[in-house]
Ligand binder design. Structure first.
Ligand SMILES: Cc1cc2nc3c(=O)[nH]c(=O)nc-3n(C[C@H](O)[C@H](O)[C@H](O)COP(=O)(O)OP(=O)(O)OC[C@H]3O[C@@H](n4cnc5c(N)ncnc54)[C@H](O)[C@@H]3O)c2cc1C
Length: 398
């Protein structure tokens, strides 16, 4: 047999959406973890019939159809209990409730028992609640694609929520527009390595096992909306800012994102989804009318379907029209600005190598106790006056 001519996306391009494996009529594509712990597809040559469907549906090789943003809003759910539990303004909950009211199915991300982030379906509020909360880890969506297609063909309303590359993967996989499908994505600052996350988890699960950890990335309960982590510790619940928490600090250095995140083609003004949700960082500069500490979302409307869905949930939201440019000021990495470089720090491969050979704590000590973190930490703990006094002294000392 001659050499196979079918090529999947290169590892630097593959987002791991799973569309290729699910589209393959011979189930010839399997996934295995690469050296950074990202599941990556490979073709079993003996099963491949070279139909080429895998590369046709790949959102890295073929950009999914996109539309320009039509309208932008600042938004917050009126239900205060749901708002407390949501990452930003609670739009995901409002949208899900509308889909359930129509007898539909919602897809979103939950933790499994081993703290892997996976996309699952929910048919009611109880099943939807664990989807709330951003999980800053790469998530597996692929298994849901055939199920979604079956629901759509049976005439059921479906809302898929996920990261932009996952939505693009689903859209390419379906290869057909469905009136009963709503696609919703989130601004995404990058999808981190599940391996790195689990190595970090090992350092905090010595006293409290995984099933009692209740790990939350964006806990508003103590400090309001922001980037605070919380989890159960030996002596009660631990709350940490993103600077204090080594995993969340690493996320902000972009050290362990999946490789294509650094040149993501889905983070611009052209959107592949009906609606896009994000955090409205800096909203106070433009909208004084919101309770900002409770969390405000941005909502981008990108299609007729998106407009119609918004019309049916308006009464459950505090909603103010806003400017895309103002949103982009606080979210320039995830929305639009091609001048903003999104690159990995120089120590990316050394960071992974150190975790592999000496564990998370050694990697943290070697790469994450740096000047930037110290400065941020001081800034968070001290009033501005004290920070500038220290800076002055340091400058004098050279
Ligand atoms: C990895 C990641 C990076 C992000 N980066 C940014 C950013 O840079 N800027 C910004 O403004 N917003 C970012 N967000 C989105 C933001 O944190 C909120 O999720 C969003 O504002 C929704 O708010 P909400 O109150 O409606 O969310 P919630 O009600 O808390 O719902 C969270 C939603 O996110 C989905 N979700 C959670 N984790 C994952 C995951 N790992 N994979 C796929 N879907 C997931 C859930 O299914 C649910 O639909 C990011 C989210 C994730 C998961």
């Amino acid at each position: 047999m001659g050499e196979k001519r079918i090529a999947l996306a290169a590892p630097e391009q593959c987002t791991g959406c799973g569309a290729c494996a699910k589209a393959c009529p011979k189930q010839a594509i399997l996934f295995r973890d690469d050296e950074e712990g990202f599941p990556t597809p490979f073709i079993q040559a003996d099963k491949c019939v070279e139909c080429g469907l895998c590369s046709k549906v790949c959102p890295a090789l073929n950009s999914a159809k996109s539309e320009p943003i039509r309208q932008a809003y600042a938004a917050q759910i009126l239900d205060r209990d749901a708002l407390k539990d949501s990452t930003s303004g609670g739009l995901f909950t409002v949208l899900s409730r509308e889909i359930f009211r129509r007898g539909g199915v919602v897809y979103g991300c939950v933790w499994d028992e081993q703290y892997n982030a996976v996309i699952k379906k929910a048919e009611n509020e109880k099943e939807m609640k664990p989807m709330r909360g951003s999980k800053y880890v790469w998530s597996w969506a692929g298994d849901t694609f055939p199920e979604i297609e079956a629901f759509l063909k049976a005439g059921r309303t479906v809302m898929f929520t996920g990261l932009p590359c996952q939505v693009a993967g689903l859209k390419n996989y379906l290869r057909k527009e469905y009136d009963n499908l709503y696609l919703v994505d989130f601004f995404c600052g990058g999808s981190p390595s599940p391996y790195a996350f689990h190595e970090y988890l090992k350092t905090i699960t010595c006293d409290v096992p995984l099933d009692r950890l209740n790990f939350k990335f964006r806990d508003k309960s103590k400090h309001g909306v922001g980037v605070h982590i919380s989890y159960e510790g030996k002596n009660g619940r631990i709350h940490q800012s993103y600077v204090r928490n080594p995993y969340f600090f690493s996320y902000h250095t972009k050290v362990f994102h999946r490789k294509p995140c650094y040149h993501c083609q889905y983070r611009y003004f052209q959107r592949v989804e009906d609606l896009t949700i994000g955090d409205y960082w800096g909203v106070g500069r433009f909208h004084k009318e919101f309770d900002i500490r409770a969390g405000v979302s941005t909502l981008l409307v990108n299609s007729d379907k998106g407009e119609a869905l918004l019309a049916s949930i308006r009464d459950q939201l505090q909603l103010s029209p806003t400017r895309v440019e103002d949103i982009a000021l606080g979210n320039n990495l995830t929305l639009g600005d091609k001048r903003v470089e999104f690159h990995a720090p120089a120590f990316r491969s050394a960071f992974f190598a150190t975790i592999k050979t000496r564990g998370w704590t050694a990697a943290e000590r070697k790469f994450l106790f740096n000047k930037t973190r110290l400065k941020l930490w001081l800034k968070q703990r001290m009033p501005d006056k004290a920070v500038s006094a220290i800076k002055k002294i340091l400058r004098r000392r050279g």
